[in-house]
Write a protein that binds this ligand. Structure first.
Ligand SMILES: *Cc1c(COP(=O)(O)O)cnc(C)c1O
Length: 226
């Protein structure tokens, strides 16, 4: 585990350096879906402090079991409005907000516990019907509506490109998300910043860093195949 985490951090640094970027601008989220609390704890003591989870029920158990260590939890999976309460209760950043309806449910729960919930808007750049995320051409309208929710803070965008054997083939999707974020930034919407671009996984994070990613979500390269 220690070796794998060291290796990933080196690859992030090298990719950043290769593209003329500061490695400090890239945050590693260790994706721990299906990984048990003991191994998450191990990864924490090997230098990961942010973990990404996909399923609320699975995450809740682990978050409670690991409550004594200062882990920051991110939610990266498909989220249903009826789970909004738990998402707001447990997660520092929710990467997967893709509708006004979901945002409204999250805002309502955030109001109840007096929290400003940080969220990213997930965009389905490829338009594949199997992928979650808002369509790119709806992004501006959705973000403007979400900006009206006082207990949500939109901090950026997230995407998952289609899978390619050659990671460079994902680059156009990453570039598209980057340029969308710049367009949104220029609109200067209150409550909305484009601080984070969550893009890049085990197979394509170096290409994503080359296209402006500031958060990479890496599971397999840290924990092994699921
Ligand atoms: C599983 C998952 C990842 C991590 O994928 P790996 O290929 O294992 O690095 C990243 N993001 C999301 C949204 C995921 O569901």
């Amino acid at each position: 585990m220690k070796e794998r985490i060291k290796n990933i951090k080196e690859r992030i640094e090298n990719a950043a350096a290769g593209y003329g970027r500061d490695p400090k601008d890239i945050t590693l989220v260790a994706v721990s879906k299906t990984i048990d609390a003991q191994r998450i704890k191990e990864a924490f003591y090997c230098g990961c402090n942010i973990f990404g989870e996909n399923y609320i029920q699975e995450a809740e158990k682990k978050i409670k079991a690991l409550a004594d260590i200062p882990i920051q939890w991110h939610f990266i999976g498909r989220l249903q409005s009826n789970k909004a309460k738990y998402a707001v209760k447990f997660f520092e950043l929710i990467h997967s907000v893709d509708s006004v309806k979901l945002a409204k449910a999250l805002n309502k729960e955030a109001v109840k516990i007096n929290k400003v919930q940080n969220v990213l808007i997930q965009i389905n750049i490829s338009g594949e019907v199997t992928k979650s995320g808002a369509q790119e051409d709806e992004a501006e309208s959705i973000i403007k509506q979400i900006s009206e929710f006082d207990n949500l803070s939109v901090c950026g965008l997230m995407t998952m490109p289609p899978f390619f054997d050659d990671p460079q083939k994902a680059a156009p999707y990453f570039k598209e998300l980057y340029s969308l974020s710049k367009n949104i930034e220029r609109l200067d919407i209150k409550n909305v910043s484009m601080k984070y671009l969550s893009m890049g996984m085990t197979g394509d994070f170096e290409a994503a860093i080359g296209c402006g990613s500031t958060i990479v979500r890496i599971g397999t390269a840290i924990f092994g195949a699921r």
